[in-house]
Design a protein around this ligand. Structure first.
Ligand code: BGC
Length: 480
């Protein structure tokens, strides 16, 4: 029996039970952990997250229209090695077995997004039935295999046809977005109960419309400010449409967030620290709660006033059932007003002594950061429930036959989870944790080099191998 077959049998057991390779002695457990999955509680949700453009491939198959990411990646020079998501993990064809991986790791939730141009190739108007059928198949496969489908409506892939009409800068995007959300929620609302309107408004507005490093590659506040306001409007409108169309919906949205730590602790309350916090965190988290935009701490936002019409600030409010918290690292600021982020490095780890562990994204490993952000969210009166909808890291993997060793990733998850539990024990209502990501995938402007998966993907053969970190989750969750 070869090693692969041995591990398959060990994982499945003769009665189809998940017998982990740890239990079979094939992988030696390291030091004993000081917590178990049971410590998080019986109803705590465990899952893994993905996004349409990053995994689906099939970019022009079965009537799909182009999105801004198709256009952006097809232009040379925008992405490392000129890579693109044309094929990616080919999830379009391998979805049943990929969803099966969730269950193999003993997780409950598969978080994915729908690609707007698969169902509405031009963004509005003509509906593509084959696109709708695809997500029916994905959702049905989740339900058949016992994985809960958690659907994100917008993970950055705006239809190119709408970008051509001004995209997020055009206020009409509110109507376009409503049409799309209405279609998706009416189509799948009887089967999908857990919804997220947007993925990280901060990332796509700042990186795509101010820094020009993501699609559609636009820069400067003149593009960023209308994008920011219109997407804030869409986020709340999207929430209302879900609630109207889906009985018993659990409605959320997700936020990227980072603690802002000044190099010099004495500067914690100074202008630079507050400015960063306003730009990275408060600008997005506060409007749905009726707290407006943080204009006093970020004066450039005053220029947004010309896009805000009467009644808008009421309309951006929405009482989400949960806030999705997505944290990877922290930002370290120096009080000279220079934004290290602008130089392409959000964290400026070189400012820190001793030099911390850094991932392939050049982000600092800082587990306490997720604790800080859970506490930060918890301070808001209107945030009742939090779910960590993304957390993860890119490190090089060591592929050895049918094993993929990723010691640093495993430790990363253990260290971050310890901090999640710490916050939970202190009373923060954190109800779930979704790892980023299920599979190695297309990492936006970085292409295929940084690998975030719990499951290794060989992009030549499309072979999947659960990494040691994924096997660790399998073992950890089998005890929960
Ligand atoms: C995004 C993912 C991305 C991950 C790692 C998150 O901000 O939602 O799409 O791959 O970070 O960069």
């Amino acid at each position: 029996m070869d090693r692969r077959e041995a591990i398959r049998r060990a994982m499945m057991g003769s009665a189809g039970l998940a017998l982990a390779p740890y239990a079979s002695g094939m992988i030696q457990p390291e030091q004993q952990l000081d917590f178990t999955a049971a410590d998080f509680g019986d109803d705590f949700l465990w899952g893994a997250a993905t996004a349409a453009y990053q995994i689906e491939g099939a970019w022009n198959v079965d009537g799909k229209g182009p999105s801004i990411w198709d256009t952006f990646t097809h232009k040379r020079g925008n992405v490392q090695n000129n890579e693109n998501g044309d094929v990616s993990c080919d999830f379009y064809h391998s979805y049943p077995s990929d969803i099966g991986l969730i269950k193999q790791m003993n997780m409950d939730v598969f978080r994915f997004s729908t690609a707007w141009t698969r169902v509405l190739p031009n963004g509005i108007g003509q509906v593509n039935q084959k696109g709708l059928d695809f997500y029916h198949r994905v959702i049905d496969s989740c339900l058949e295999q016992g994985a809960q489908p958690w659907l994100t409506l917008y993970h950055w892939d705006l239809p190119q046809a709408l970008e051509d009409k001004g995209g997020w800068q055009n206020r009409d995007v509110i109507n376009w977005f409503e049409e799309y959300v209405d279609l998706i929620t009416r189509t799948y609302g009887d089967k999908v109960k857990n919804w997220m309107v947007m993925n990280e408004q901060a990332s796509f507005t700042i990186v795509g419309y101010m820094l020009g490093m993501h699609a559609p590659g636009k820069m400067w506040p003149k593009n960023f400010l209308p994008t920011c306001h219109h997407s804030t409007m869409c986020q709340a409108d999207g929430g209302r449409i879900i609630r109207a169309n889906v009985p018993d919906a659990n409605v959320g949205t997700t936020f990227s967030c980072s603690p802002i730590d000044p190099v010099n602790e004495k500067k914690r309350h100074d202008k630079t620290t507050r400015r960063f916090d306003a730009l990275v965190n408060r600008l997005y988290i506060e409007p749905p709660q009726g707290l407006g935009y943080p204009m006093e701490d970020l004066p450039m936002l005053r220029k947004m006033e010309k896009y805000i019409l009467d009644g808008d600030m009421k309309r951006v409010e929405f009482d989400f059932d949960f806030y999705g918290l997505q944290n990877y690292s922290r930002m370290v600021t120096k009080s000279n007003g220079i934004i290290p982020w602008m130089a392409g490095n959000p964290i400026a780890p070189k400012n820190l002594k001793p030099r911390p562990e850094i991932t392939e994204m050049k982000w600092e490993v800082h587990p306490e950061g997720i604790y800080d952000m859970l506490k930060y969210f918890d301070k808001y009166e209107k945030i009742d429930k939090i779910i960590v909808t993304e957390n993860g890291c890119a490190f090089p993997d060591v592929v050895e036959g049918d094993f993929v060793h990723d010691k640093q990733r495993k430790k990363f998850y253990q260290d971050y989870l310890r901090q999640v539990l710490r916050a939970k024990r202190e009373g923060v209502n954190v109800a779930g944790y979704f790892a980023w990501s299920l599979l190695d995938n297309f990492e936006w402007a970085e292409g295929y080099h940084p690998r975030f998966g719990l499951v290794h993907v060989d992009f030549e053969t499309q072979k999947r191998t659960i990494k040691d970190s994924g096997l660790w989750f399998q073992e950890f969750l089998s005890e929960g």
